[in-house]
Design a protein around this ligand. Structure first.
Ligand code: UFG
Length: 361
């Protein structure tokens, strides 16, 4: 199939492009560049071993998106393009609504106009708010804790309404738990803008000396060691789940909503210690006050994904830490500076009909 990957230059999107390529699908990327680096592109092409056209397009730019859909005939769309920082969303809610919700609406309208009726959507465990029970099943109550979470829940709902109205439209809502790790090559990985808000990239930056120490938010939760428990999932496992979901939609001609996690809860300190073992570096930390809005313990019941998609996570926490560390050690400042230059593969670029969506890279 030929797949449009919106947000395909970002962290999860870039890993999923590789999984798609490995399974023989053609990939076209649309990315606004707002939270991704152009430097991912040559690496992606090299790892994929095939041409990957990358277009700088913001989903809210209806004209540019229409040109893209007129240029290629897509069989499906994978939609990763969203702002994703919880704290930032509380400060700039309208930006989040516009980027994440308006962008999704324009994408759906453009898909409908072009007759493309399969969508895999990056949702999040955030749609469960603070879950009343763990492990969390897909039929748990949904709620909103912050503007970012609202954008994910609203997007799921409007995709659901479209599936009801257009009986031929199929969607997969994939509710990610805590994606971490990097591709085994160390060439692509997570490169947050500014100070990381998530735990694993923060640990990585402490390990490499970019940050002095980790602040552990809360040591008095009712958990194994008092620190918050989450379900960390290797980004390569997560990427594979997108291809499984896509192929499920096509094979079964059905929509689906599933959790993507390992089903195993890991505390902040357990992750810190696993990372120390994997990297051989000490991670200095101090326990500080709880972060407002954080739940004590959130982990998935991933059995529905296994039952329907035949998917289950394969990598454990040690592998997540090993791969996250390899990426950080090879790219101490992310894509901005690297230890060594990545050879750029020559690619045959497709002819683009309009300058507005010309291959930006
Ligand atoms: N934590 C620290 N120190 C840090 C960062 C995080 O102690 O510097 C702790 C948090 O308190 C939490 C755990 O590490 O206990 C994980 O925190 P993250 O910020 O990495 O992840 P969250 O579970 O808070 O958030 C993630 C995604 C969100 C999503 C949310 C709910 O980043 O996008 O899961 O699904 F909304």
């Amino acid at each position: 199939m030929r797949i449009l990957v919106c947000g395909g230059a970002g962290y999860i999107g870039s890993h999923t492009c590789l999984s798609l390529a490995e399974r023989g699908h053609q990939v076209v990327v649309a990315d606004s560049g707002v939270n991704s680096s152009a430097r991912v592109v040559p690496r992606l092409r090299r790892l994929a071993g095939m041409p990957v056209p990358v277009h700088r397009v913001d989903l809210r730019d209806r004209g540019a998106l229409s040109v893209l859909f007129a240029t290629y005939r897509f069989d499906a769309v994978l939609h990763f393009a969203a702002l994703k920082a919880v704290g930032d969303s509380c400060r700039r809610p309208l930006e989040y609504f516009d980027n994440n919700i308006s962008g999704t609406i324009v994408l759906l309208q453009t898909m409908q106009a072009a007759g493309v009726r399969r969508l895999v959507f990056s949702s999040s465990a955030t749609v469960y708010g603070e879950p009343a029970q763990v492990p969390v099943r897909e039929d748990a109550a949904l709620s909103v804790m912050n503007p970012y979470g609202r954008t994910k829940l609203v997007a799921e709902q409007l995709i659901g309404d479209l599936c009801t109205a257009d009986t031929g439209f199929r969607a997969a809502n994939l509710r990610y738990f805590n994606p971490v790790g990097a591709h085994a090559s160390g060439l692509i990985g997570e490169d947050p803008c500014g100070e990381p808000t998530n735990l694993m990239p923060y640990i990585c930056q402490v390990a490499v000396g970019v940050r002095e120490k980790l602040r552990v938010f809360g040591g008095d939760y009712p958990t194994v060691d008092g620190t918050g428990v989450r379900d960390y999932i290797h980004v390569v496992d997560l990427a594979r789940a997108h291809v499984d979901a896509l192929e499920y939609m096509v094979r079964e001609d059905r929509s689906v909503t599933v959790n993507l996690g390992t089903g195993r809860g890991v505390s902040v300190l357990e992750l810190v210690h696993a990372f120390e073992r994997a990297s051989g570096r000490r991670i200095p930390y101090e326990i500080v006050d709880r972060r407002p809005g954080d739940a004590a313990s959130v982990f998935a019941d991933p059995s529905l994904a296994q039952e329907l998609l035949g998917w289950r996570a394969e990598f454990d926490v040690d592998a997540m830490c090993r791969d996250a560390w390899r990426w950080q050690a090879m790219n101490p400042e992310g894509y901005r500076t690297s230890v060594r230059r990545t050879p750029v593969m020559r690619v045959r670029r497709p002819k683009i009909v309009a300058a507005r969506v010309a291959d930006a890279y």
